[in-house]
Design a protein around this ligand. Sequence first.
Ligand code: PRX
Length: 631
Amino acid sequence: MAQELYQPPKELVENSNIKAFMNKHGIADLDILLDKAQDLDWYWGEVAKELDWFKPWDKVLDDSGAPFFKWFTGAKFNIVHNCLDRHMNTPVKDKIAFIYESEPGEVERWTYEQLHKEVNMFANGLKKLGVKKGDRVTLFMPMIPQNPIAMLACAKIGAVHSVVFSGFSSGSLRDRILDADSKVLITTDGAYRRGKVVELKKNADAAMAEAPCCQHCVVFKRAGNDVPMTEGRDIWWHDLVDGLSDECEPEPLDSEDMLYMLYTSGTTGKPKGIVHIHGGYAVGTYSTLKFVFDLKPDDVWWCAADIGWVTGHSYIVYAPLMNGATSILYEGAPDFPAPDRWWSIVEREKVTVLYTSPTAIRMFMRHGEELPAKHDLSSLRLLGSVGEPINPEAWRWYRDNIGGGKLQIMDTWWQTETGTFMISPLPITDLKPGSATRPLPGVKADVLTQDGNPAKPGENGLGVLLKPWPAMLRTLYKDPDRYVQTYWSRFPGKYLTGDSVAKDEDGYFWFRGRVDEVLNVAGHRLGTAEVESALVAHKDVAEAAVVGVPHEVKGDVPKAFVTLKVGVEKTDALKDELKKWVATEIGKIAQPDEIEFRDKLPKTRSGKIMRRLLKAEALGQPVGDVSTLDE
Ligand code: PRX
């Protein structure tokens, strides 16, 4: 294992938020803090005090119904009150919340006060449509300010949002609307992507045609493309809010009331609706952003993810607003109109903390050092990475070319399920390139062998979380059994992450990738089963097996092995058709990089496709034990 060690500069350490917290509690070093924070009631209770509660909690953690844990029980709370309303009595009111840059290049600066008013108006609009506490609302929107505004408006009145990434197909959108039983869909006429208008409303219409639960569609006018509006169902955003009050009191909710659901891929073809709630999620996201990325009042924070994924939910929307931070919100593609678009934004807006993914870094690496070198990136003071293991080479490139050869990189390991960073450096941590370092305060993690014993140092094993945490998922929407089965049954009492990982002699975690049939394509999670079921839905396909193969930029990419129905000819044209088919069935991210036709797929005697063999073959590795193979 790499022995390089990057120590944080003294100034970063001394001025860090985590150090201030430690000083306040008379804690001398990180090891003592990590140890003391294993008292979950103490640590999370202390952190939670920094937020505004309508009524305090009776208990920090209620584990009586494990693994259905509850946090801050008895309290009344609303996350949006903490994001917006409470700032209206402080100087944060006039601070910029979002610096929004559209792909064509317009810049809008939204103060906290403006955002607050706009959220209130839209919340009143939702009420006018009959949306009530507990109702589900689906969002299918590009990266524009109205996206967080719609999320916050839902949460303010106690409705539950379900954001669907705008790159998904109409079929994926329909399935998610139906599963959530959403009453309202919020979308835009179109969205800009690489200079072209993507017709979101068209996909929304196709989805709604097969989702009768959806009674209303609110359409924000973004791209000005022509869209049909269905009388009685569809309404323009500006018409909905016209004349409505810009005041709206936050609904006083129970801590455990549902905030949102977000679908993510699992090992079956059916995505899982991860459920997050108001109270504990707020405590977790607020504190991890504050401590890991060390946000200070003058920082300009840029989490360059999409709001359609958990990273955007937690670290573009909720955590920065609770911290009163200024954030960049960029609508478009990173390489449009040129691959230095991001660096021009960093330079112009004097971004201080940048958080992105290894896949983006590898893409920039391919374009060369010259592009960032053309820009003054000296405003940056801290960097971050998320989504997949970062290879040490990309880590060093990032530090050298974006971080001026000196910035620390916070490699944050977490999941849609965890809601917040779990294993991650703090600004006071010594870094090893490629390692997410150690569990954060209040988190306990370990590596187990297949039979549940602690793995030896350096030995790859299964990553588990040993204690509950406030921002954890509460269940899978309408599927509590699958929640228990997926996360808590392999090693009872322990949360199974699904990741392969090794821990070194210093207790540093080295993540290797998923152990299940889940791929990490350009930082997006994709179940191979989803791609397989899309393929077999094609009229010419008999069977399909999909495996992940490594890709230089994207991490993994799907490769499909397909058998065709009798009489269908194996042509290159059909391969192309199948690739496009998957893109329209699921979305472009799921499109196989390569398709190979086979007469037969290798199967066990019980008829299960042996993907392991196909994968070994695709990687040119030995096939291993084939004793269960049918022929
Ligand atoms: O395999 C791990 C990988 O991404 C998975 C979670 O994906 P998702 O729920 O889409 O959330 C992504 C953003 C939080 C994990 O199971 N992963 C995430 N961050 C890292 C990582 N792998 C290694 N290092 C990381 N920093």
